[in-house]
Design a binder for this molecule. Structure first.
Ligand code: NAD
Ligand code: LMR
Length: 327
């Protein structure tokens, strides 16, 4: 009998959780059975119970068990995959510092719990914002887990970039490869078309500079805000879908000749200071990843990458000052 993949999902009663859990249980990661651990804050446990009732009612053949808890150590015990979605969303009166502080405390505690009880093969993917720096906090609070087991979600930005290029060129998304998101999951992110290929042709032969600079880049970078304005709440189904895509590719590998975008702990590649959790072009295989080496970075790209990485460095300084990671 195949051992189920033990998946902990935090923020399970939230908007993203409501989409994500059903995708995980219906085979989104492949045909291995899954055991879901739903972690929530105590007041949200009744809502999580309701979500679990619906999961049961779907009679998913791959769903081998559900546990609901407000105890991170119980949720992460022996887990193979932790999807850290639960975080306090920013309200109008909150500064970025307030958000780092409020959510930072969640990720120190969860990093420590993962360190103590997670399975040997744990992989941790952070969706909750500010995702890159939350991943950094969790990683720094889990010193016994290899740093490469932590990543933050920039797959939604990657998918948004693929979709915009597909619309512009009238090409199916499946014909586009080698898209790259660099930096932070924030408005400073850089969606780099320099290496992208559309139906075998360089993307830069098919689209012009003015479109890239005045339409493509701002559309992708500000898509999260546009969705909040249109829906009245932040992206949920697309964020859940991107979380499934990212976890599936991490566990099962990227397609031959292609790559994806993942925010991972920098080894200093492409001038990104070591230790920052920054988005890179990444190839995955057998549950591991490597940053795609030796890509040519022109001056335009360099400046954009540097801006986003500087923001990540500022966030790291802020959480150091808050005592959330060691100095
Ligand atoms: P939501 O408010 O609907 O749900 C968040 C859930 O997290 C709530 O049910 C809350 O009770 C729970 N929670 C809070 N603290 C927790 C803790 N310590 N342990 C476990 N659960 C906890 O929010 P949402 O729309 O589902 O979004 C979740 C997060 O994802 C937000 O931070 C949002 O900004 C972020 N997000 C990220 C991306 C991305 O691409 N990286 C995209 C969209 C949204
Ligand atoms: C998104 O990219 O849709 C979200 O991260 C936006 C947000 O601020 O929640």
């Amino acid at each position: 009998m195949v051992t189920p993949l033990r998946i902990a999902v935090t923020g399970a009663a939230g908007q993203i959780g409501y989409s994500l859990l059903f995708r995980l249980a219906s085979g989104g990661l492949g045909d291995r059975p899954v055991e879901l651990r739903l972690l929530e804050v105590t007041p949200a446990l009744p809502k999580a119970e309701g979500v679990a009732m619906e999961l049961v009612d779907c009679a998913f053949p791959l769903l081998s068990g559900i546990d609901i808890t407000d105890d991170a150590r119980r949720a992460f015990d022996g887990a193979d995959l932790a999807l850290l979605v639960g975080a306090r969303p920013r309200t109008a009166e909150m500064t970025r510092g307030d958000l780092l502080s409020a959510n930072g405390a969640i990720f120190t505690a969860q990093g420590q719990a993962l360190n103590d009880v997670a399975g040997d093969d744990i992989r941790v993917l952070v969706t909750g914002n500010p995702a890159n720096t939350n991943a950094l906090i969790a990683q720094q609070n889990a010193p016994d887990i290899p740093a490469e087991r932590f990543s933050a979600l920039t797959r939604l930005d990657h998918n948004r970039a693929l979709a915009q290029l597909a619309l512009k060129t009238g090409t199916p998304v499946s014909e586009i490869s080698r898209m790259t998101i660099w930096g932070n999951h924030s408005a400073t992110q850089y969606a780099d078309l320099s290496h992208a290929v559309v139906s075998g042709r360089p993307a830069l032969e098919l689209v012009d500079r003015p479109w890239i600079e005045s339409e493509f880049l701002p559309t992708v970078a500000n898509r999260g805000t546009a969705i909040i304005e249109a829906r009245g709440s932040s992206s949920a189904a697309s964020a859940a879908s991107a979380t499934v895509d990212a976890a599936r590719d991490w566990l099962n590998g990227t397609a031959e000749g292609d790559w994806t975008s993942m925010a991972v702990v920098s080894d200093g590649s492409y001038g990104v200071p070591e230790g920052l959790v920054s988005s890179f072009p990444v190839q995955t295989e057998n549950g591991g990843w490597r940053i795609v080496p030796d890509l040519e970075i022109d001056g335009f790209s360099r400046a954009r990458i540097d801006t986003s990485v500087a923001e990540l460095a500022d966030e790291r300084t802020a959480v150091r000052k808050l005592g959330l990671i060691p100095s």
